[in-house]
Ligand binder design. Sequence first.
Ligand SMILES: Cc1ncc(COP(=O)(O)O)c(C=O)c1O
Length: 376
Amino acid sequence: MDLFDVYPLNDITIVKAAGSYVWDDKGEKYLDLYGGHAVISIGHTHPHYVQRLKDQLNKVGFYSNSIKIPLQVELAAKLGHVSGKEDYHLFLCNSGAEANENAFKLASFYNGRKKIIAFKKAFHGRTSLAVAATDNPNIVAPVNQTNNVIFLPFNDESALEDAFTQHEISSVIIEGIQGVGGINVAADSFLQKIRSLCDQYNAVYIADSVQCGHGRTGKFYSHDHSSVNADIYTMAKGMGNGFPVAGIAIAPKFKPVYGMLGTTFGGNHLACAAALAVLEVMEQDKLMDNAAAIGGYLITELKKLPKIKEVRGRGLMIGIELPDELKDVKKNLLFKHKIFTGEAKPNVIRLLPALNITKEEADMFLKAFKLEAGIE
Ligand SMILES: Cc1ncc(COP(=O)(O)O)c(C=O)c1O
């Protein structure tokens, strides 16, 4: 059997990884500022993470949600503490799309409505409603099409107000910083406006924090920069440092009912061990402070450079928009300088490194970037 060929691949096979580095099968070492798409939060093969997973695997790897799993309770308490949302409740699942799917569902159960507001350039996943709320017709199959999703321009307060007066809105979903869309930061006032309209109309504010959450921006949720509380935070990527685990943090006003949400694998023993290890390392090594410091440094240095169209982002979620003549910089960083970065169309380099990246590693990137961009 061959693989179903849906991914355009780089001709690289990674066989070893540690911290912010990966090695290929030829022994070549790469600096990883992509983290497998914002997934590697505490660095590859972090010793505490590896040990916690090994220990857990030797005890019990999996059992379903038909028995008590104290690790889930421990994880909820830790997440509440580290994120500052102690009074929220946690539902565990397996991927970012599934987290968003559950958030839409919960919102609709809560207020009995159907309409969802999403924004231009949003990406929320590839399952049924998540993909319907994603602004990319190429990945929406006919069966996913629905008239329940209303797309509005990002950061446009009056369009938002109009939509609330014209429709019965169930929920508004927004990435605090759009990732796939090219690192677009939601304005503080825009998020505050979403909050007040949701309050006024009893709609649900869903903060898709799958990419911009888990400390990446220097605060646990990127929405924290704007001093707003969402009703539901969805999370995945950095949550398990590579172990597939996701969740939704749910405000206290939502009341659970048996059977309302569910999943076979969600919150299994190994997934909880991975998510706990991530939070323990984040807390102990003060990784949110590091994300703010190194991210701030990178953004400041990049903003000084000529030729670049725009530098956007917060903390370690950075977009560098390049003019057309520099469109090969990303490819050259990878193949000439052995540095992984992410991308977004058109011509945006995305930096999504581990939260414990060092200043030396940031400088390695800056040096190679300037060389490739023909600066200095
Ligand atoms: C903001 C955002 N939401 C949701 C998803 C979907 O996550 P997953 O691929 O785990 O389903 C992604 C993935 O890139 C994302 O960036």
